[in-house]
Design a protein around this ligand. Structure first.
Ligand SMILES: *[C@@H]1O[C@H](CO)[C@@H](O)[C@H](O)[C@H]1NC(C)=O
Ligand SMILES: *[C@@H]1O[C@H](CO)[C@@H](O)[C@H](O)[C@H]1NC(C)=O
Length: 217
């Protein structure tokens, strides 16, 4: 049976559309580089997908930071914010990191630590009756502590800037493209570590990093 030409034309266009779906390509590689500069400056490169509202991400941070400071600058780190959909305020907190980074690049990690410190107040249950406007306001206040004096209103308007929304979406999509299924999720020199979702202690980080540095000597 022959198809009506209009129907065929529609099929053709929908196939065309599908193949044209392209995730926006950001102007720079996603992630916040610890200490600034290029991620590729390190001999060993760690990428950490973290959700500022996730208790396991919070618990994984002190030992990762310790390892980083121990090996820096031989080891470099990029944190990719990854908002887990089952943490109500995760996307807003990841967006705040992008906003802060744009305003003051040195404030991103201090803000991440502030979120870890305060995250319990922003879990699903304690914020069940809170509006999005309230959360945005609270996060702007927290972010202002890291970004610097007088930054509150710039941060607040950052939450209305569609570019920071897009940047946060791209971080998420980037994680999806790498198969990230939870946080914390670590890659070392591009290879995913097993047992995502739990913290690695300093000893464990050393056992992963030391052999790689030995080979490079
Ligand atoms: C940028 O952020 C850092 C870290 O919070 C802070 O020490 C510094 O004072 C901030 N810079 C300005 C200009 O406020
Ligand atoms: C942000 O957008 C909301 C909703 O459109 C609006 O009510 C609010 O006044 C805006 N805030 C800023 C700081 O631009």
């Amino acid at each position: 049976m022959s198809m009506p030409p209009v129907f065929l034309l529609l099929c053709f266009f929908s196939v065309l559309n599908l193949s044209a779906a392209q995730t926006p390509i950001p102007a720079k590689y996603d992630g916040f580089v610890y200490g600034g500069g290029s991620l590729w400056k390190g001999l060993v490169i760690i990428e950490a997908f973290l959700d500022p509202m996730c208790p396991d991400s919070r618990d994984s941070w002190p030992s990762l930071k310790q390892a980083l400071e121990f090996y820096y600058p031989r080891v470099s780190l990029a944190v990719h914010p990854f908002a887990l959909p089952y943490h109500s305020n995760a996307f807003a907190s990841c967006r705040a990191l992008h906003i802060a980074h744009n305003l003051n690049a040195s404030s991103t990690y201090p803000l991440l630590e502030l979120f870890f410190k305060h995250q319990e107040s922003y879990y699903n249950a304690p914020t069940y009756y809170r509006s999005r406007a309230f959360i945005t306001d609270q996060f702007s206040k927290i972010a202002a502590e890291a970004v610097g004096k007088g930054s509150y209103s710039a941060i607040k308007s950052g939450f209305n800037d569609s570019r920071t929304d897009m940047a946060t979406r791209i971080s998420f999509k980037y994680g999806c493209s790498r198969g990230v299924m939870g946080t914390p999720y670590f890659f070392v020199n591009g290879i995913p570590l097993p047992d995502y979702g739990s913290a690695l202690d300093f000893k464990k980080w050393k056992s992963i990093i030391n052999p790689l540095l030995t080979v490079k000597k």
